[in-house]
Design a protein around this ligand. Structure first.
Ligand code: SF4
Length: 315
């Protein structure tokens, strides 16, 4: 896959997040640049995985955009590194985090697939973050290869050791996310191994998720609510099912330019529902529905049914 350039605007949102409230997204990686190729990825398949860390975009450019967004009157409750790939593959992430911390008290959050936590230098760069949300979906190499389809240099044991080392070094909060996929990592034997790994890592929370958005591999199926509840009880104290962000309420943010462009920008990042778009853009749902219909008729957006809901994404 030829590498797509980073868009000149590295920010998106604020978007409603199930865990963080209204989150300003910071996307410092070219589209689908990742050390893994998870079957549940919302971004589609990775043609090639990489573990090479590079300065994909200058820290100065990113910080200028973040400071401008923070100075606006939009509702921002977290600044979150996430988006088009694995953010810790940007070698400048530590400089950017330190720069944000000098500008605001709003929590800085890093979503990561944990692969770079195997490297002491990358772990050091995350030490100034407030919350790190690392993923751990597999406790054995067989399941790791099936669900995360990682770069050949990565192993499940290496990831778990990196997470445990990070826990010893990091003073902020760690919310360990486990994505459960039916028939792939939800067997009782594997869940036992995951629980043992979590006991080593000692996260502040264990957040159980399942395939609620359209995945890269349409065969990746979600677990039901009852099954997730049983697994949460099995993991014990500190484990939770990530709440649905639709329950959050939003004070509409001021009109942010062209709503159609806003819809395309948000849906271009990940599949979203009409409710997501309405919350994200601070517009009434009827207005969003009419705009989405128009964009769909023009072939600029498409509907993807998944798990009893309809999501929208750009073709
Ligand atoms: S889900 Fe995250 S870690 Fe997995 S392939 Fe997609 S971007 Fe990479």
């Amino acid at each position: 896959m030829s590498e797509r350039p980073i868009p000149s605007n590295v920010l998106y949102g604020p978007v409603p997040s199930r865990r963080l409230g209204f989150s300003l997204g910071v996307d410092i990686i070219p589209f689908k640049t990742c050390s893994m190729d998870c079957i549940y990825c919302q971004l589609g398949a990775s043609a090639k995985t990489t573990v090479r860390r590079r300065n994909y975009v200058s820290a100065r450019t990113v910080l200028a955009q973040i400071r401008k967004a923070l100075a606006s009157d939009r509702r921002i409750e977290a600044v979150t590194f996430s988006g088009s790939g694995e953010p810790t593959l940007n070698a400048g992430i530590g400089t950017i985090i330190r720069g944000i911390k000098r500008s605001t008290r709003i929590p800085v959050v890093v979503l990561t697939n944990s692969s770079c936590l195997t490297q002491p230098e990358a772990r050091r760069e995350l030490l100034r973050a407030d919350i790190v949300v690392p993923s751990l979906d597999a406790a054995t190499d067989a399941v790791f290869r099936k669900i995360n389809r990682p770069h050949p240099g990565l192993t499940a044991a290496g990831i778990i050791a990196g997470l445990a080392a990070f826990r010893r070094e990091f003073r902020g909060r760690i919310w360990l996310e486990i994505m459960l996929v039916r028939g792939v990592n939800d067997g009782p034997g594997h869940l036992k191994k995951l629980r043992a790994a979590a006991a080593l890592i000692r996260p502040d929370r264990i957040q159980l998720n399942t395939v609620v958005r359209p995945p890269a591999d349409r065969r990746a199926r979600p677990l039901g609510r009852d099954e997730l509840e049983r697994i949460r009880d099995f993991f014990g104290e500190g484990a939770e099912i990530i709440a649905d962000f639709k329950t959050l309420s939003q004070v509409p943010s001021p009109a942010a330019g062209d709503a159609e462009a806003g819809i395309l920008a948000v849906a271009g990042r990940r599949p979203v529902t009409l409710a997501d778009l309405s919350l994200s853009l601070g517009r009434p749902s009827a207005e969003i529905a009419a705009l989405v219909d128009r964009l769909a008729a023009a072939g600029k957006i498409k509907a993807v049914p998944h798990n009893d809901a309809v999501y929208y994404e750009t073709p």
